[in-house]
Write a protein that binds this ligand. Structure first.
Ligand code: ATP
Ligand code: MG
Length: 257
């Protein structure tokens, strides 16, 4: 039973068009995707191919023009705003590059925010936040303000916050975009380890071949659909061989940044 695969996210023939004056921009044109819990999937593709659009749809921040999106078995395209907020609070964690920590709150308080919105009692909130900070190895900085933390530490705190309500899926848009190479690598390793440990589906949109190399699967968004067979071609010019992957080696969740 424990080994049974659970589909965390499913997109079926998802289309998203935008109206630009008299012109229709067809971004997603029948995208299909299925991601299991515990799986780490990287989504790559040229700038403007629709990666953020797809994550926004799965995260319920936007509605598809047509098609079905299931999150943890629930068809989110049928939900009203209130129902969608509920699903977002409980099932979806987001880690976006521009998603800053709240500057007037400590690291610990930032992690507590999603639980506050969910009416978790104060004591439990704090205990859970401490455990989450331990998990991402920044518990020694729990009382620090965001500006007193390094970029890597801030990313770890944001990751702890994204996981605060124990979601089924974690959506990441360029999670390492503003971090140096080494720190970015550590964050990705940590995300991967957490996906396995917490049985979480991780979907990361990225331009970074090293991030993609850590994934269980890499999917290329091209011409509005996801494909896996053209991924190596896509990365050819980067000089990184994405067919050799890093993820079989033991992964440390350790700190440093
Ligand atoms: N709200 C919107 N209104 C109109 N067009 C939009 C809107 N959101 C996205 N688009 C268009 O959809 C296309 C895909 O954008 P998207 O941001 O999803 O690309 P991306 O793959 O995330 O790119 P990048 O790698 O640069 O982040 C672009 O042509 C963009 O201009
Ligand atoms: Mg984007």
């Amino acid at each position: 039973m424990a080994d049974e695969k659970q589909v965390a996210v499913e997109c079926i023939d998802v289309r998203r068009e935008f109206q630009d004056g008299s012109r229709v921009i067809k971004v997603l044109q029948g995208t299909n995707l299925s991601v299991d819990r515990g799986e780490f999937v990287a989504i790559v593709g040229a700038s403007g191919s629709g990666k953020t659009t797809l994550l926004n749809l799965i995260g319920g921040l936007d509605k598809p023009t047509s098609g079905t999106i299931l999150v943890d078995g629930e068809n989110i395209t049928k939900l009203n705003d209130e129902q969608m907020s509920e699903v977002r609070r409980h099932k979806i964690g987001v880690l976006f590059q521009d998603q800053h920590l709240l500057p007037i709150f400590t690291a610990l308080e930032n992690v507590e925010v999603p639980m506050l919105l969910d009416d978790v009692p104060p004591k439990e909130r704090e205990e859970r936040a401490i455990r989450l900070l331990e998990m991402v190895s920044v518990d020694h900085r729990s009382q620090h303000m965001p500006h007193e933390l390094s970029g890597g530490m801030r990313s770890r705190v944001a990751l702890a916050r994204a996981l605060a309500n124990d979601p089924a899926i974690l959506l990441c848009d360029e999670p390492t975009g503003d971090l140096d190479h080494k720190t970015g690598g550590e964050i990705i390793q940590l995300m991967r380890a957490l996906a396995k440990k917490k049985n979480l589906a991780v979907l990361a949109a990225t331009h970074d071949p090293e991030t993609a190399r850590m994934a269980d699967r890499i999917l290329l968004l091209r011409d509005g659909v996801l494909v896996d067979e053209l991924v190596s071609d896509f990365f050819k010019s980067s000089g990184v061989d994405v067919s050799t992957r890093d993820h079989d080696k033991e992964i440390s969740e350790g700190p440093s940044t």
